[in-house]
Design a protein around this ligand. Structure first.
Ligand code: 4AD
Ligand code: MG
Length: 462
C-alpha cells in the first residue's frame, strides 16, 4: 500500500500513476463543483492535498459535508499541482468514507494551548506540534541506538524492579503486594518483608547504572536505555516521575573519555535529526524556538566547555549577579547557577567536573584531594543539567568506606563490591535524560509535552 511518506520521498516514481491512500481529513473545503481535502495518513509530518470534483466523484455531496478527522480511502492519480502551497496533489476518482467523525471533535483547526492539549493527551499526537515532537522522539531513540551499536556497545536490559537505590536520594516508588491496611510487622515494629512478593523491600529503579556496570565488566562497552522512576516531589518543567534514561558504561575509561563520548553522542544524534527530520526541525525552528537550527548547527561546529566545580564556583562568585541561593564552595549547584554558567557565561553546553563528594553519589571515584569526586554534569543552555555521570570508584577499600559513610548495607551491594574484587578496572559512564534531550532538540519547554503520557506529582491520568 502506498503511504504519503513514500510519495514525498520519491514523487517522480508516483507521478501520473493511480494510487490508493487511506487516512484522516485534516482540512476540507468545497465550492459547488469541486473541493479540497488535506489528507493526513500518519506516515509523514505533512499531509497531501486531494482534489475532488462533482462530475467525477459519485458521492460528491456526502464527501463535501464530511467533518474533519473523518476517515476515508481515496483512489486517484498523483498530478502536478497548479495551486500554490504544494507541488503535487491527488486528483480523486473515488472516495470511500470509513467513518464520519463526530462533530464535537475537540481539535478544530485553530491553535490550542499546550495546557489544554495536555488534558487531551490521547488526541494531541494529531496536532502539528505533537506530531513533530513524537516523530522526533522516535527518531532520537533510534539515533541513540545507532550511535552505540556502531561503536560496538552491547545493549543491556536492566531491571525495572530493584532492591537498590543507586542515587542514594531516597526518592523511590515502593513495589509491594501487601494489603496496605494490613502490613506485617516484626516484634520491633518494623515492616516484615518476608511475606511480601519478593521477600524483601523493593522499588522501581531510579537508574540502571549499578546493574549495567556488572555487564560492563564482561562486555567492556555497554549501555542501557529504559524507563526510570523518581518520586521527587518537584513540580518543575524539567522533572517527571517517570522518564527514560540512556546509560552507557565503559571499561578502561577515565572521565576525559567519558566526556568525549557524551559530546560525540550529542553531536551524532543532532546531526541525525537535522538530516532525517528536516520537516519537523524546520517546524520547530519556525513555531517553537526561533533560531533553533542555528543553535543546533553551532553545537555541531564547536567544542563543549569543560570546567571544574571549583572553577565554576569562582565564576559564579565573580559574576556580580545576585543569586537567590548563596554561592559558596560545597553547595549543590541550583538551576539559577547552572543557567548562568551555560547561558550567560559559556553560552554553550559545559561539563562541570570534580564536585564535592558530599553532594554526589557513593559510587563516584574519589580524587586525590580526598574532597572531590570524578563527577561530570553536562549543563545545556535553556535546559540545565542534561547529563549526570562519573568515573566510578574502582578500589574495593575506598568503595567500602564510601558505602559505610553513606549508610549502605554491604549485603545489599555484594554484587557491586564483587566487581572491585574480580578484575577491577577504571570505568566510567553517564546518564542522559532522554526527555531533556528531546526538549533541547525541539525547543519544547515543558517535559510534559515531550512524553506521551507524562507522570508528574498528582498526575497519573491515562
Ligand atoms: O544525574 P542523575 O541522577 O544520574 C544518574 O542517575 C546516574 N546513575 C547516571 C549514570 O551515571 N549512569 O540522572 C541522569 C540524568 C540527569 O542529568 C537528567 O538529565 C535526567 O537524568 N533526570 C531527569 N529527567 C527528568 N525527570 C527527572 N526527575 C530526572 N532526574 C534526572
Ligand atoms: Mg544529576
Amino acid at each position: 500500500k502506498t503511504i504519503v511518506k513514500d510519495i514525498y520521498k520519491n514523487k517522480e516514481s508516483f507521478m501520473n500513476k493511480e494510487i490508493e491512500l487511506s487516512g484522516w481529513i485534516k482540512k476540507i473545503r468545497d465550492s459547488k463543483n469541486f473541493g479540497f481535502i488535506e489528507l493526513n495518513d500518519g506516515s509523514f509530518f505533512k499531509g497531501i492535498q486531494i482534489v475532488f470534483e462533482r462530475n467525477i466523484i459519485e458521492n460528491y455531496d456526502e464527501i463535501a459535508k464530511l467533518s474533519i478527522i473523518s476517515s476515508i480511502i481515496v483512489e486517484g492519480k498523483l498530478v502536478k499541482s497548479e495551486g500554490k502551497g504544494q507541488d503535487f496533489e491527488i486528483k480523486a476518482k473515488n472516495i470511500k468514507v470509513i467513518q464520519k467523525a463526530d462533530l464535537e471533535y475537540p481539535l478544530q483547526n485553530k491553535r490550542h494551548s499546550f495546557e489544554f492539549l495536555r488534558e487531551i493527551a490521547h488526541l494531541r499526537p494529531r496536532t502539528n506540534t505533537f506530531s513533530a515532537v513524537f516523530r522526533v522522539r522516535s527518531l532520537l531513540a533510534h539515533a541513540i541506538h545507532s550511535f552505540f551499536q556502531e561503536k560496538n556497545f552491547v545493549y543491556v536490559h536492566t531491571p525495572i524492579i530493584t532492591g537498590s537505590d543507586c542515587e542514594g536520594a531516597g526518592e523511590m516508588f515502593r513495589v509491594t503486594t501487601f494489603d496496605l491496611n494490613n502490613i506485617p510487622k516484626n516484634d520491633k515494629g518494623e515492616i516484615d518483608y518476608k511475606e511480601d512478593f519478593f521477600g524483601k523491600e523493593t522499588n522501581l529503579t531510579v537508574s540502571g547504572q549499578l546493574n549495567v556496570e556488572t555487564y560492563c565488566m564482561a562486555f567492556r562497552n555497554v549501555y542501557t536505555f529504559g524507563p526510570t522512576f523518581r518520586a521527587e516531589n518537584s513540580n518543575t518543567a524539567r522533572h517527571a516521575a517517570e522518564f527514560w534514561m540512556i546509560e552507557p558504561e565503559m571499561a578502561f575509561a577515565n572521565l576525559d573519555l567519558n566526556m568525549d563520548v557524551a559530546e560525540e553522542m550529542i553531536k551524532y544524534v543532532i546531526k541525525y535529526l537535522l538530516e532525517n527530520a528536516k520537516e519537523e526541525m524546520e517546524f520547530f525552528n519556525k513555531f517553537i524556538e526561533k533560531g533553533l537550527l542555528d543553535k543546533l548547527n553551532n553545537i555541531l561546529n564547536n567544542e563543549f566547555s569543560r570546567v571544574t566545580y571549583t572553577e565554576a564556583i569562582d565564576i559564579l562568585l565573580n559574576s556580580k549577579k545576585e543569586f537567590d541561593y548563596k554561592v559558596e564552595w560545597g553547595i549543590d549547584l541550583q538551576t539559577e547557577h547552572e543557567r548562568y554558567l551555560a547561558e550567560e557565561y559559556f553560552k554553550k553546553p559545559v561539563f562541570v567536573i570534580d564536585y564535592p563528594k558530599e553532594i554526589k553519589a557513593f559510587y563516584m571515584k574519589l580524587n586525590e584531594d580526598g574532597k572531590t569526586v570524578r563527577a561530570m554534569d553536562l549543563l545545556a543552555p535553556g535546559i540545565g543539567e542534561i547529563i549526570g555521570g562519573s568515573q566510578r570508584e574502582d578500589s574495593l577499600e575506598i568503595l567500602e568506606k564510601r558505602m559505610a559513610e553513606n549508610g549502605l548495607k554491604e549485603e545489599d551491594y555484594k554484587f557491586y563490591t564483587d566487581l572491585r574484587k574480580y578484575g577491577s578496572v577504571p570505568h566510567s559512564g553517564f546518564g542522559l535524560g532522554f526527555e531533556r534531550m528531546v526538549m533541547y532538540v525541539t525547543g519544547m519547554s515543558n517535559i510534559r509535552d515531550v512524553i506521551p503520557f507524562p507522570r508528574t506529582p498528582k498526575n497519573a491520568d491515562y
